[in-house]
Design a protein around this ligand. Structure first.
Ligand SMILES: Nc1nc2c(ncn2[C@@H]2O[C@H](COP(=O)(O)OP(=O)(O)OP(=O)(O)O)[C@@H](O)[C@H]2O)c(=O)[nH]1
Ligand SMILES: [Mg+2]
Length: 372
């Protein structure tokens, strides 16, 4: 059962964090920058470059799991799959003389599933050529060719879908995006995945706009057994909180700091500027960080997400995308248009509200999920 915020209540735990002494998630409050207990020592902290193998392995491991998670992706994409089921019906009765009508209908189905006009035309035209050239002679052959051309589109740009976590500890991942897309939820799900791989994860409550935002992240900290750093007062700046979290991550030997940020409209200049400040503040503590800036895109918003991604990318440089709410949308084809149009890899897909419902993106598993 979901709470009004969409978060499942914690079993046998209160919604708000218990007193700190008994909390499974230790909270650190930082009254102000100059009172930050570790800052003077931070400069003496040595980063070791010997963990390159660890992070590379971790990034790959998380991606490898995608293949074993195929079952979940299948159920997550059920609406898109239902929407595309009509392709099977269309191709079942296909015969050569019917080709143009069938391809017109296929075009429409792909458009409705948000494959985007450019890709749809590209796919359908190449099918038409192959059919008339005699290369495709049956419905199943056409379906295979359709799947192959979608897979090619997803893999053609050679985009790497595994997380690149660098070689310094802690690795830092910052999550950005417009309001309500699923940033905090995705961050919680990511924390869960990494924690399960034995990673020491620190959460940073960088959404300082909404009072409830850090409460929400604290719930995720408890749920995943991770530590969290939150702002000490209402006026704290996001950049300060994130910088303090990364400092703590460095001093206490964390492997990974996951930074939440406030939702913001890509058209709001001053809020976009704040993101630049966050990025710089993190980079001052750990050179080269954040290693990943992942933008969360709400899969139900359709192709409107493209200008959002372009703008965020121009301002802070997006290293990967998380497409959320694909379970609730029949428009899973947007994954393909995003990859094709933006040239930024989709690294994860959100397929539900549960802690396990974030899947590393795997092109082949995705195509099999939507065209079983
Ligand atoms: N069905 C479904 N719901 C999701 C998914 N990801 C997030 N949500 C829900 O979307 C709503 C918003 O999620 P949040 O994580 O709070 O979004 P946010 O981007 O952090 O929001 P702001 O901080 O307000 O900008 C919540 O109800 C989540 O449970 C998903 O993959 N599938
Ligand atoms: Mg949030």
């Amino acid at each position: 059962m979901s709470s009004p915020s969409g978060l499942s209540p914690l079993p046998s735990k209160p919604l708000l964090p218990p007193p700190r002494a008994t909390s499974s998630a230790t909270l650190l409050h930082f009254p102000s920058d100059h009172q930050y207990a570790f800052s003077s020592r931070a400069s003496r902290f040595k980063c070791s470059a010997g963990d390159a193998g660890f992070f590379t392995k971790l990034g790959r491991l998380i991606k490898e799991k995608a293949k074993s998670d195929v079952e979940k992706i299948f159920s997550g994409f059920s609406k898109t799959r239902d929407n595309l089921a009509v392709v099977d019906e269309l191709l079942l009765y296909w015969n050569l003389s019917d080709t143009d009508r069938v391809l017109d209908e296929l075009e429409e189905v792909l458009l409705v599933a948000d494959f985007g006009p450019r890709i749809t035309v590209k796919i359908v035209d190449s099918l038409r050529d192959d059919i008339y050239a005699g290369k495709l002679k049956s419905g199943p052959e056409i379906k295979d060719a359709l799947k192959k051309s979608i897979l090619n589109l997803l893999t053609a740009k050679g985009l790497k879908t595994e997380l690149k976590l660098g070689f310094r500890k802690p690795a830092v991942v910052m999550i950005v995006g417009v309001n309500g897309g699923g940033k905090t939820t995705s961050l919680g799900k990511l924390a869960n995945r990494f924690k399960n791989e034995g990673t020491k994860v620190l959460l940073a409550a960088g959404d300082t706009f909404r009072a409830a935002a850090s409460d929400q992240l604290e719930i995720w900290a408890q749920r995943t057994g991770c530590e969290i750093v939150v702002a000490g007062n209402e006026n704290a700046k996001a950049a300060t909180v994130l910088s303090q979290a990364v400092k703590r991550g460095k001093l206490e030997g964390y492997d990974l700091v996951l930074c939440d940020t406030s939702g913001r409209l890509h058209t709001n200049y001053s809020l976009m500027e704040e993101l630049i400040a966050c990025k710089k503040a993190i980079g001052k503590v750990v050179p080269g960080a954040p290693n990943e800036i992942l933008q969360v895109l709400d899969g139900t918003t359709g192709l409107n997400m493209l200008p959002q991604a372009r703008e965020f990318n121009d301002v802070v440089g997006i290293t990967g995308l998380i497409l959320t709410k694909l379970d609730g949308s029949a428009r899973g084809g947007c994954v393909v248009s995003v990859v094709d149009e933006l040239g930024i890899p989709v690294k994860f897909v959100g397929v539900g509200e549960g802690v396990e419902d974030l899947q590393p993106f795997d092109a082949e598993a995705f195509v099999n999920a939507i065209f079983p």
